[in-house]
Design a protein around this ligand. Structure first.
Ligand SMILES: O=C(CO)[C@H](O)[C@H](O)COP(=O)(O)O
Length: 273
């Protein structure tokens, strides 16, 4: 979605504009400055670059996945290359980010060697007013949750289209990673948990033939869609995780420590109380 940044013409510029309209064959005036339109992609980049300003040399960093996090990883690579950052160790949250970071020359490790991470930076699909998140529309929710729960600070970077009144409020998917064995059975059990919220589940597929999408961990993903607010998120989380066959879900409850939102009125930074 394209959004307009506020822009105000100076009164002299406005006058020139009007005069030009009124005088026939008037010589063309200098072009009137147009409002700056920032694309969603540019807003993602702005949020990502702002987050990287919090990175310090020597940190162990959780590297997120998705189009917003990609900008942050690119920026970290750039700052390492220029020598403005030194001794960074990255912990990638997906095979895709692993590959991107490796190509940028970012030294990488994993949770086995670095069970405590200084800071993670990642995008999100939804952010509610309490800074609870939906993540995993990119399919990497399990590794993201493992890395981000191990992080002392977790900076979430989004453009303002990701802000919702309640989790599920975008009417887009809330992903659940499940084992492939008898996935239809697990899908039905998931739907049954949330009949009051009008929940419908769909197996995530890919390619023309609609083959099941397979996560980095060899699992399937069920996308849950809600008609209404599911209510108590912790209760919902517990109920989902109690189902045999479920590996993890994409609700990140009470995990984000900082939220950076880029929008038409600029960038806002909010820290969790
Ligand atoms: O959770 C994720 C991937 O599993 C992403 O962070 C989330 O989907 C947001 O992606 P994008 O920045 O491309 O909008």
């Amino acid at each position: 979605m394209a959004v307009a940044h506020p822009h105000y013409l100076k009164s002299s510029e406005k006058r020139k504009d009007i005069e030009q309209l009124m005088v026939p064959n008037a010589p063309l005036a200098a072009p009137i400055p147009q409002p700056t339109i920032l694309s969603q992609e540019e807003l993602k980049k702005i949020a990502a670059f702002k987050a990287v300003e919090f990175v310090r040399s020597g940190m162990v960093l959780g590297l997120g996945t998705g189009s917003t996090a990609k900008h942050a990883v690119d920026r970290i690579g750039e700052l390492l290359k220029s020598g403005q950052l030194k001794n960074i160790v990255g912990i990638p949250t997906s095979m895709k980010t692993h590959e991107q970071a490796m190509n940028l020359g970012i030294p990488l490790s994993d949770l086995n060697c670095h069970p405590i991470i200084d800071m993670a930076i990642d995008g999100a699909d939804e952010v509610d007013p309490e800074m609870n998140l939906v993540k995993g529309r990119g399919g990497s929710l399990l590794r993201e949750k493992m890395v981000e729960t191990a992080s002392k600070k977790f900076i979430v970077i989004v453009d303002e289209t990701k802000l919702v009144d309640y989790i599920g409020g975008s009417r887009l998917a809330m992903p659940v990673e499940i084992v492939p064995f008898c996935w239809k059975f697990t899908l039905q059990r998931l739907e049954m948990l949330f009949t009051d919220a009008g929940c419908v589940g769909r197996l995530r597929t890919e390619g023309e033939r609609g083959a099941p999408y397979v996560s980095d961990n060899g699992n399937y993903i069920i996308d849950l869609y809600f008609d209404r607010d599911m209510g108590d998120l912790k209760a919902a989380s517990d109920a989902i995780l109690r189902l045999a066959g479920v590996v993890e879900h994409g609700m990140f409850i009470d995990m984000a420590t900082t939220l950076i939102v880029a929008g038409k009125n600029g960038v806002t930074i909010r820290n969790k109380d």
